[in-house]
Design a protein around this ligand. Sequence first.
Ligand code: ATP
Ligand code: LTN
Length: 327
Amino acid sequence: MKRILTGLQPTGCITLGNYIGAIKQMVEYQEKYESFIFVADMHAITVPQDPESLSFNIRNLIAIYLACGIDPKKNTIFIQSENLYHANVSWILECLTPYGELGRMTQFKDKSKKNKSFSAGLYTYPVLMASDILLYDVDYVPTGQDQKQHVELARNIAERVNKKYKENIFKIPEPLIGKHGAKIYDLVNPDKKMSKSSDNPKGVIYLMDDEKTIRKKIMSATTDSEMKVIYDPDNKPGISNLITIYSVLSNKTIKAVEKKFKDSNYGEFKRAVADLVVSVLIPIQEKYNKLIDSKKLDKILDDGRDKTSLMAFEKYDKLKKAVGLHR
Ligand code: ATP
Ligand code: LTN
């Protein structure tokens, strides 16, 4: 069975973009892959975090995974910082990564531009991500389009290390990007990706938004004056984004969605999108509320930590030996 792994950062409230681009895909993939899903909490501290909120968000994200349908029997679920080998391997890999390669990462360029001062961790972030991936010999890394460059960096690092030490230390992973769901855009500003850290919550559907808020946000989404439900991302980014959302959540093709709404005006179409989003998110919220304080979470996380620590130790030990870090 092929193996997959992905992680989300516990930074703020999870969005519909995160659900479609990452979590929903994992729920589908768990049926055919050996799946690992974790909370990338060490990645979260590359930008300033309030300790209390961070700790809440870590547990919160695990409850969200489960509420969305991530099945602990089919997935290994863990918290990155509870497995000590991620940071250790990351250090060795940092020392094997050319400085300039990290400066080319788009996410670093974007995030470093936003702040006058930023941490060294923001720069080395993709190497920690490479460690997350390479520790477990994964075949595929499901993510949104925005993380593809980081997975490619992980591939480069793995190939370079294997070549340098003339040994197959790491398996070469491949990104696994969902077709239409790969990128969901901001509802107000459909040129921008829908993002947890957006300044304007009106453009973002959070998984925990109540029904009224969800409907209001979708009904006020930016569209165009053509009044035709046609998928054309360049000229009609707002409507195309809503079509994508409808298509992914209903498991219908874009063509089928266009056909279904060919005689509808934007108001009718938006109402249908809102109905569908509500019908997906409300049951997730109900499950979440039952899970958030349950002891079940801790047992799942303890098991995930123990299992992945054993696996990661073996890889760490192999890498250390190859590099010469041994007596
Ligand atoms: P931040 O605003 O803090 O950068 P984010 O919302 O961009 O957060 P991440 O934690 O960076 O989310 O990403 C988690 C996962 O969700 C990744 O796999 C990413 O590719 C995916 N993802 C994030 N935003 C979207 C989106 N708008 N559409 C599709 N997938 C997304
Ligand atoms: N960088 C990713 C989160 C992340 C990840 C990973 C995803 C950290 N490590 C390993 C896949 C595999 C993000 O910001 N979405």
